[in-house]
Every structure is written in structure tokens, then in C-alpha cells.
Design a protein. Sequence first.
Lengths: 94, 935
Amino acid sequence: MSETSHSHESGERLVTMANDIGNYFRAQGREEAIAGIVNHINRYWTPRMRQKLNAYLAQGNSGLDEFPRAAVERLNAQAAAASPQPAAGPSAAR
Amino acid sequence: MVTLTIDDREVIVPEGTSVMRAAALAGVSIPKLCATDQLDAFGSCRLCLVQIEGMKGMPASCTTPVAPGMKITTENRQIADVRRGIMELYISDHPLDCLTCPANGHCELQDMAGVVGLREVRYGYEGANHLKAEKDTSNPYFTFDPAKCIVCSRCVRACDEQQGTLALTIQARGFDSKVAASQDNPFMDSECVSCGACVQACPTATLSENSLIEKGQAEHSIVTTCAYCGVGCSFRAEMKGEELVRMVPNKDGHANHGHSCVKGRFAIGYATHPDRIVKPMIRTKISDPWREVSWEEAISYAASELKRIQAKYGRDSIGGITSSRCTNEETYLVQKLVRAGFGNNNVDTCARVCHSPTGYGLKNTLGESAGTQNFDSVMKADVIMIIGANPTDGHPVFASQMKRRLRQGAHLIIADPRRIDLVRTPHIAADYHLALRPGTNVALINSIAHVVVTEGLVKEDYVRERCEWDSFEKWRTLVGDPQYSPEAMESVTGVPAEKVRGAARLYATARNGAIYYGLGVTEHSQGSTMVMGIANLAMATGNLGREGVGVNPLRGQNNVQGSCDMGSFPHEFPGYRHVSDDAVRHSFEAAWGVTLRADPGLRIPNMFEAALDGDFKALYIEGEDIGQSDPNTQHVTAALTSMECIIVQDLFLNETAKFAHVFLPGSTFLEKDGTFINAERRCSRVRRVMKPKSGYADWEITQLLSNAMGFAMNYAHPSEIMGEIARLTPTFSGISFELLDRLGSVQWPCNAEHPEGTPTMHVGTFVRGRGKFLLTEYVPTSEKVNVKYPLILTTGRILSQYNVGAQTRRTENVRWHEEDRLEIHPTDAEDRGISEGDWCGIASRAGESVLRARVTTRVQPGVVYTTFHFPESGANVITTENSDWATNCPEYKVTAVEVTRVSQPSEWQKRFRDFTRKQEALVRQAGDDVFVKER
């Protein structure tokens, strides 16, 4: 499988993971659920995974449930507020 | 206390002490043959007779309890004559081959003959005897020689009291009495599980290890810890020089109390199996032959590749994986190398695929990522609930202890899709077997909780005092909803409502209710949720914070707990502290002299995804066989193939090594110093008993690699590594090799507050302060049965094989389990025209494999089951990428499949065999010298 075609599969997988996280937190109500998803992704996803998810969504792919979508938006807003110049690509070599 | 007189000496002992024991405490050794401190007194050999003033005859001192004012004579002419007469009878029917007997010099019969002063056997040797009784050599590990048997019944009692299998009996009466296995079968054909308890108990050479018969007596022994399952049995490795004679369970072992199982006791032959590789090898491509090289060249090549790849693809393009095969010190070094040497947090461990949900779930509810009790706690449990675990197979020595408690009258609830042995076993029957459908754990636990909250069974005082009340109220509202009633959930779980209600009431009203669980809880898409559900239930019923209760994850491997404790996680440092925690990170930066990353790294499944995306190109793998153990094998091997440098540090050319570019020969637990941590949080010493066959212990190899990468490590001994761990990890701050040598073992936390460790957690207060109830909404798995895949496959372990079988497949244990089989219910088998032993194709949306069928009612209709010990069976070719939402622990336990009768291997199996043949040929091209020479 080429790396290009796999990145689509990879994006789908990340959407599934985000939705699975959302399915756990949804019982807590909207605000707590979104906060919970944000916190979980911050604690356990690498920056590159978040970038890939954004890239996948930016290509017009959908599939995120409501709360995970809101969480991703909040994460992106937090990242933008913390770093005005969005990071492009993987982490740089040291 | 009771005061009595023994041989005119005043003795004071606790009430209930036997006369024999009282005498021993007073320094008087009474001769004995059937008595042993590991078993209940039996009084059969009649050697320990004494005279007690006022009592008729000569009572057996082993079965006579002391009484106030008793006057006992242990030795006089009359007693001596009786004892000598008894020995005379024993020896009249015993071979006189001491000089060639395997027990020579270590035979209790020989000793007693000397003690009583036996000089002649007046009966002669011409009468009826048992000297021509034939040996039973059916068991590969020990020999039963009935000609030497004195019918003391120690073996029978050991199988009964210690092991709980009750495979042995004394058949017939009087002169015809003999030890018989099952229905007088050879041991291999009987119910014997080869734990070795009978061999250990035997006072003569009747039951002797074959290794002892072959090699003779050891000349020294070293106490160490088993490298198999999460019980972490303590053993004495008995040695002749550098050669292991036998492994003998240590009576003073805190986890096992002198007991063992077939694996730790006998299955050690893998250490010198012909497959074992002891020389470093490298190759450029995985289609190239392997080339033996020096350690210097191998390490230099590995380091240069890692640096090249980082320079080309970025700092995050490489990572490391540890395993429980290695000690805490070794795991600590790998995570240190990755964080400080590689400059990222891409380090993960074997727990990813087993108990990572335990860490997540218990940390968030109770405050610590580990079980709450020690094993001995089970002896105070009144109701034992086992969920998704099979202790008689996966934790056999602990299961034996649990069975003792159950035989004393504790109640048993089992939640398992399959009828595990404990449901009905000698003298034990589960009060409730909740045979739920795979994938419905949370539905079940919520319905049990529903009963507790709606029938007034909550321990409210406990919850108010110790837990966050508002979180409890939210949880109570959720589980109290009618949707979670047992009646409503019955169609989901398949468990009749009245059984759920009965089980819930039994657990909730117990004085002490203890929950034990295994991978049948964690390896699900709601694994973490289920762990939280268990913790919620334990809190709601007040079953935490004392002995006899608790939430007890049965960690499967010898050091999986330890590898987690050592921070071999992409998101946590040692001691379960997040990498983003500035204070914690700064402490490691100060100690290590580098700046460390604050963002989490890749978990193992994410490493595979990143590899296929082209971002992740190299792995350093110590002791873990991801090519066999991880789900969706084709996905894993595709990821491995896409990497440019895979460094495998292991004993054998395992499934992962077939895709490797550097092979660093590792060391067994016999060849290194360090520590393991078992399922009880018990830290025990692993002691080197022989030199590493490859020249280096695993920690030394990691150190070499680290230095070659430019990050200096200069430890002279693993004790220094533990010293560093203790300085940097509050829960370990009191642990040192000196402490472990003095105490034998300690359960962390071990620090100033708990200088000798912590057997029971959360006493008085939870680690997080107040326990937190977390909401556990049931979310069905996305893995659904349908017309194409109408059955559910679930997986598990078997006693004689261990995990991927790398070790046990290379021992005589294959005699008990030489292949993985597919268990299928008779109804499902009949529907498909499948009979016992037929080859069956098992297909899922991930792949296909072929196994032979075992038709059995142990599984329910609609469910099939297999083990995963043989790579060629391809169990993980069939499992999918579904995983726990919180930790990505694979959902091994729920895979939708179809099973059909076939006549040839699957396509995957054909490719696997070809690939394996090719890779084995490539290793052979490195020359015979790469393989171990000792046999």
C-alpha cells in the first residue's frame, strides 16, 4: 500500500479513535464531554497525530461526531492561540 | 498461650500448636516421614510417636495438639524400639540401592533410618514386596518409581492441599496400598498438571526430577524469580557450577509459598534450545542473509542507522518497545535511552496489548495504576468474583491458593463467556456462572450495579466518607436507569436476569467481596470503561481498603506491572507521571542532563500507522514479539516491512526478527541481575545464576547502544540503576537491592511512609484522596456479527504454554499443547459439518487462518475460542484493529468470524510457511556458531 493511500486510511483511523473517545465522554453532557475529549487528546496523542487528523479533515473528509468535532475545533483554537505560526509538517530533526 | 513440658523442659507455645511443632520450637527434633510444614498433619507414618502422661498408647506428635500442663516424653527406650521397628518394616520393602539412588544424601527415609539407629531387618527380603513395581516415565519432567514409595501420602496431600487438582490417590488398602494417578493411569494420561508439588513433597526418590536423576545433586542454589506469569513465584535455582540442575519453589516465596506450576518448575529448557541465538547479526535488507558480526560492529551499525534515519526523517521517526521479559532496570534503561538518547517519547511496552486499561481505569477512579491487594488477601475473601480471567491456566499458583479459600467455603461468581475450569472443579462449584456474550462486559457490570443501587445495597457510609459524593450520585443515576436493569440487559448480555440479581446480591452483601479480573475485561473496545465499572462497584459496596476485598487485576506476565511502573509509556515517566508535568520532567532532566519532550509519543498501534504513513522508520525492540502478539498480523507485518531499521534484542529468531536488520542476542532471567514486579506490585530479585550466553545481559546491551548513540550510560551493576529509579520515583524511593535481600520482596509503594512496602492499598483513604465514580455508559463494540461472519471469536491462554510460546514451545510442554485448537460448540459444529479434529478455516474481515477443531460445550453457541501460542496458527491474522477507546489495547476478545470445514491451510499460512522457511535459511547462512552450543 502506498504511503499516500495509507494516509487516507490513517485519517479514517484517527476519526474512529476520536469518535470512540467521544462515545465514552458523551454520557457526561456536552461541556464536560468536549473538555474530556480535549484533555484526552492532549494527554495521549502526538502532535503529528493531531496534524494528520486536521489534514484529513481539511481534504473535505468527514465522519467526526458532534462532540469530537467540537473538541478538535477547540484544540486547534488552543494551538493557534499558543503559537500564531502554525507548525507545518513533522517535528524538525534536532 | 499454652504451657507444657517436653522432656522435662517447660515450653510455651500458641494454642493449636502440634506437639511436634512445640518440640521443634524447643529444639527437640522428633523423627518423622509423613509430616512436612507445607501440608496439614496426617499421622500415617507412625514414626513421630511420643508418650504423653495420662494418654493411652503412643500418640502421633504431628496430629496431637498441645494442651495446658501436658507432659511429653519424646525419647526413651520404649519409644526408640517402636520407631526402629517401624523403620524396619519400611526398609523391608524398599530397594537397598542408596549409592545409586537420585536421592542419595538427600533422602528423608535414609535420614530417619540413621536417626532411629536401624542396623538390621530381621524379616529378610524374600517375602512379598513392591521392588519390581514398574517406573512411570510418562511425564517428561519427572519419574515415578513406586518401588521406592513408602505410601506416606505426602504426594496425594500435596496435590490436594497445595495444588487443588486432586489427581492422586492411595489406591487399595493394607499391603496393596499404592499411589495412583487418576484411575491408576500413567501420570501423563491423568489429571496431573505437572506442577511438581508431589515431587517437592516426596521424602524419598519415588518422585524425582529427571534433571536430578541425570545430573545429580546441586552444589549450590540461588534464589530468583520466575520469568513466566504474573504470579512471580520465588524459586531456588539449584546449580552445579554454571549448570542448572533444577528449579525448586522457595518455601519463603511471598507470592507462592513454596508452590509452583509446570512452567516455572520445569520448562526452562528453552535457555539452551538449539534455536537460541547467541551472536550478534546484521543485514541490510530483510531478504539478505544474516551475517554474524562482533558486538562492536552490531552496536555501531544499529546506532549509525538510527542516527541516519533521524537525520533523514526527523527526530520522531524512531522509537523503542520494551517487554516484561526484561527486568525493571532494563526497561528503565530503554525508556531512558528513548527519551534522552533518541529525544522523543516514542516508547511503549507489552502492557499496551493487555492491561493498559487497568492503568487508565484504576488511576482515574482510585488514584493508582495497580491492583489493590496482595495474593494472600484472597484467604479472607468471602465472595470471590472472577471476571474475564482463567486463573487455573493463567495464574496457576495463585489459583491454587484461591481454590484453598473456596474449599474453605468462600462463594464464587464467574463472569466469562466460556465455562472455565473453576466453574466446576473438585470440591468447588461456582455459585453463579454468568456466561455473557463477548463484548457485553459493561452491560453486565452496569446491570449488577443497577441491582446494588436499586435494592439498597450501597454502603452509603463508606461512600460518603471515602468517595466523591457528587460523582457517586451521577453514577447512581446512570446505572439506576431501567435500561440497565438485568431484565433489560438480558437480551444484550445473554445472562438470565435472575442470575445477575443473585450474583449482585451475593457480592454486595458479602462481608468481604473481592474482584479478580483479566484480559477478558481489558482487551475490549470498552476495556478501560469496564475497569472503571469494576472500581465503581467495589467502591459502592465498600470493598476496598482492607484485606479480603479489592480490585485485583491478574497481570499476565512476570514483569508487565514493572514495565509499566518503569514508565515505558509514551505519555508517562516512571511512577505514572505525565510527561507534561513540569516538575516531574525537570527532575528527570536534572538527573539525566538533557532537555526532555513534554508531549506524548507514539503507542505501539500508532507506531504501525506512522510507519505505513512513512513517518516512522526504525524500532529498537527488547523482548517483545509484535509480529506475533499484536492484532491484525498482516497490518503489523506491512508496517514492519515499511521500516528501514528494526533492531530486535531477543533469544530467538521470532516473528518480528524475521523483519529485522539487527539481531542482538538477549539474555534469559537466569543470566542477569535485576528485579521483577508481579501482579501484587511485589518487587522481587532476579539473580544471575550463570554467565550470559551471548556475553552481555540485556541492560548491558542497551547501555552499549546508548553510548554509541551519544548518550552516556555508565552503570556498573543493575543495583545502581535501581538506585536511580528510587531517587526519581516516589513510590519506589525505599527500594534497593539491599532491602530486597533483607526482606525477600516488597510491594510498592515503598518509601518513608511505608518502609517495608504496602500490601494493601487505599487503607483509610484512596491514593487520589477520595475515590471517584466514573460514568460507564455501555457502548456496543463496532465489531458485529452478521450473515457473513455470524460467530464471535475470543481468545485465551492455556496452562502449559505461555503467551506467544517463544519459551514454552521450546520445552517439553508441547507434550500437553502441541498446537492451538479452535473450540466450537457442538451445535455450531454440526451446522457446519465439522467434527472433532477437522481442519477449519476461520475468516474475519482482517484475514483467514486454519486450525483444527475441538468440539466442546465449554463455549456457548455463537462463540468460538482459541489460544495464541503458536505463530503458525495465525490467531492474530484474524483479530482486528478495534481497540479500547482510552488506551488502544486491542479488542482481541471480540472478532466476528465464520468457520468452515477446509482441507488445506489458508493463503496466509502458506505465505507464512514460505516466509519462515526463507528466513530460517537466511539465519543458517550466518553459520552454526550463532546458535547456542550447550545442550
